[in-house]
Design a protein around this ligand. Structure first.
Ligand SMILES: C[S@@+](CC[C@H](N)C(=O)[O-])C[C@H]1O[C@@H](n2cnc3c(N)ncnc32)[C@H](O)[C@@H]1O
Length: 307
């Protein structure tokens, strides 16, 4: 949805010294398109994965004068902007979740389709791995993770089987976990839908990287940093991210004054307005080109008042 992202951010980036923060730099695809489209733009790119910073530094070398790339978690956004000497920004982009290299490089341990160590850390310097979650969380904790972050109906069955199997042999690989999930799920359910391990792997990834907690802090911080007329665009890839995005944007775009007042109180007027009606979805051509885009949900908002 890169065309739509550019279109939504463009009106906010027409000033003399526009600044945009890309809170999920990844391979720098969006960053490159933004820098190419806006010759005066300064881009601050954040990613917690050192490989992403390395690769995007190489990709964005032609723009080296106009970029500040920082390895950080997105919720460190206020500190990153302050250190860059640019506490106010005109655009903010969140392209959430995992990148293609994280999914495709087997040894990162994100994918159920490869056999690899059960890792899933976006930042390999972090301690907690997916193997730690699977082998040390109690049945109750594991069920909660699978239910809350994977919306997995059979969370308790999977957690119980995992707890039983890990006693003799800790579960250290993606293949072994995927096989256990398959065994835990009723046979009739196994025949429908995609790979039964999908929801479990999503849940573990979110837990290992504390993805929702980071978004819950980072998105409000980005909204706070937006100048008047500044715009934020969020691309979410599962319903939990999208729901959280919707809630944060809804809270900032509504009148908080007491109902029924004859004249709305300025102090209670919303600071932002929504630029999208509901979540926008990719069109068929985009999904045909890039099947991973199928789950994308785009929402955007603009600052319309200071404060
Ligand atoms: C979908 S990819 C971004 C792709 C990028 N927009 C591009 O065009 O190449 C998501 C990236 O966000 C990073 N990421 C996810 N959650 C993060 C967080 N809380 N803080 C910093 N980086 C994060 C991941 O490491 C990954 O590289």
């Amino acid at each position: 949805m890169i065309g739509r992202v550019l279109e939504l951010l463009a009106p906010a980036l027409t000033g003399p010294e526009p600044v945009v923060v890309d809170a999920n730099l990844g391979l720098g695809g969006h960053a490159e398109a933004l820098l190419a489209a806006h010759p005066a733009l300064h881009l601050i790119g954040i990613d917690r994965d050192p490989t992403a910073i390395e690769r995007s530094t190489a990709r964005l070398a032609p723009y080296s004068e106009r970029i500040t790339l920082v390895r950080a978690v997105s919720d460190e956004l206020p500190e990153v902007l302050a250190a860059a000497g640019r506490p106010r920004v005109h655009g903010a982009l969140f392209d959430l979740g995992v990148s293609s290299p994280q999914l495709d490089e087997a040894e990162r341990g994100f994918a159920y389709s490869y056999d690899a160590p059960l890792d899933m850390r976006m930042d390999p310097g972090q301690e907690l791995t997916a193997a730690d979650v699977v082998n040390t969380y109690s049945v109750a904790e594991l069920s909660r993770v699978l239910r809350d972050y994977g919306e997995e109906k059979f969370a308790a069955r999977i957690a119980n089987l995992v707890a039983k199997e890990r006693v003799e042999h800790p579960i250290m690989t993606t293949r072994r976990l995927a096989d256990l999930v398959r065994t835990a799920i009723p046979a009739a359910t196994r025949r429908t839908g995609g790979n039964p391990a999908k929801r479990t792997f999503q849940a573990l990834r979110i837990e290992v990287n504390q993805e929702l907690a980071a978004l819950e802090r980072a998105l409000p911080a980005a909204l706070d940093a937006l100048a008047l007329g500044g715009r934020v665009v969020v691309l979410a890839y599962h319903s939990l991210e999208d729901r959280l995005t919707k809630q944060v944007l809804a809270a900032r775009t509504r009148d908080t004054g007491p109902p029924g007042l004859p004249v709305p109180l300025e102090a209670h007027q919303p600071r932002f307005r929504l630029l999208t009606r509901g979540a926008e979805l990719p069109d068929d051509d985009e999904v045909a080109d890039n099947p991973r885009a199928a789950s994308a949900r785009l929402r955007a908002a603009e600052r319309i008042r200071q404060g």
